[in-house]
Structures are given as C-alpha cells and as structure tokens.
Write a protein that binds this ligand. Sequence first.
Ligand code: TMP
Length: 212
Amino acid sequence: MSKGLFISLEGIDGSGKTTLIQHLNRVLEGYPLVNIREPGGTAISEKIREILLNVDNHQITPRTEAFLYAAARSQVVEQLIRPSLEQGKIVLADRYLDSTIAYQGYGRGVDLEFLHTLNYLCTAGTLPDATILLDLEPALGEARRHGKADRLEKEGREFQARVRQGYLQLARQEAERFHVIDASRAFDDVAHDAVEYLQKILVSRGWKPDAG
Ligand code: TMP
C-alpha cells in the first residue's frame, strides 16, 4: 500500500475545479504536494491532450478517444502518480479515471464495462483515496467558462447533462470515495466545504500541517 494520499477532483466543464485547486494549493502549503491535470501532467500526456482537445480532430471515434485518454493516464500514473504516492506525497488530480466513465461512457455512450476494464489497465488499479465532485447544472457551467471552447466543450449542453448524470451515478455507486459539493453556490462556500472535507481526511490519515 502507498504511503501518500491521492485526491481527485471531478465535474463537468466550467464547474470550477481549477479555481478550487488553486485554493487548495494555498491551504495545503507546507505539505509535500504534487499537482496533476488530466489529460496531461507529463510531456507525453500533454501531447496526447493536444490531440484530444483540438477542434480539428473531429474524426476521432468514441473508442479511440477513450484509448487516447487511457494512454495519457497510463503515462502520468507510471511516471508521476505512483512514484509520488510511494514517496509519501499528496497527489491532487484535476480529473482522473471517473472522467472517462462520465464523458466517454455516459456522454458518448461507450460500453461502461469496456471503460472500467480500460481504466483498470491504464491505472494498474491505482484509485484515488477520495474524490471531490463539483456538481453543477450544465447551463451554469457554460456561463462560467471562458475562452474558446475545446473539442469536448463544443459538444453542448445535452452532452454535459449526460456527463453530469454519469458523475452522480458514480457518486451513488461509490459513496465512500465520493464527496459531492453543490458548485452552484458562491465560491467561498464551495471552498469551505472542500477544505473541511480535505482536513477531515488528512486528520483521519494522521497527517499534520508541515508533516512532510
Ligand atoms: P479540462 O478542460 O478539465 O482540462 O479537461 C479536458 C477535457 O477532457 C474536458 O472536457 C473533459 C475531457 N475528459 C474526458 O472526456 N475524458 C477523460 O478521461 C478526461 C480525463 C477528460
């Protein structure tokens, strides 16, 4: 078993994960923290990210898309996540394997059993200790997004609504691992909820501030 702590953050596009992660980084100052984002987190995975999010690549089939996310994940798990956990670090992941179930499974309709197998293969069974799900209505997520929409964001509101339902289904199935936060509230309330939850986990695992 690893000595570290693995926390993932999930949610539809525009749910506020990135802002929350910035806040959690300030709160966790003094801890041995490693941030990753998916797809990405290593040079190879970032190259795969470019393929996945490029709007010109509309020919990618849903299964190919799933394989590409899995390839990016396999690299970051082997190169960064597992070594960091073995060194006793806290890994904070902006998306992880649940995104594949929610987006490729519930969003695109790829067979869920196939995706669970794929996730198992590309993670070698490395699961987060806890997952924070920022739950939000797609219309609100759309309003909060800025910049040009990437290939997945271009899929629209109905797609995001299926993704959201997928996440909620996962959270019901794995209630122990998931902590669902209503992300439609003011950021301070969302952040307060997330920090409280995180601190509970840290204490239950015997971590102290500056524990190293
Ligand atoms: P980001 O915008 O949160 O960085 O995520 C990139 C996009 O990739 C986002 O629209 C969600 C999508 N995605 C999947 O469809 N499947 C996955 O397995 C992952 C990790 C992300």
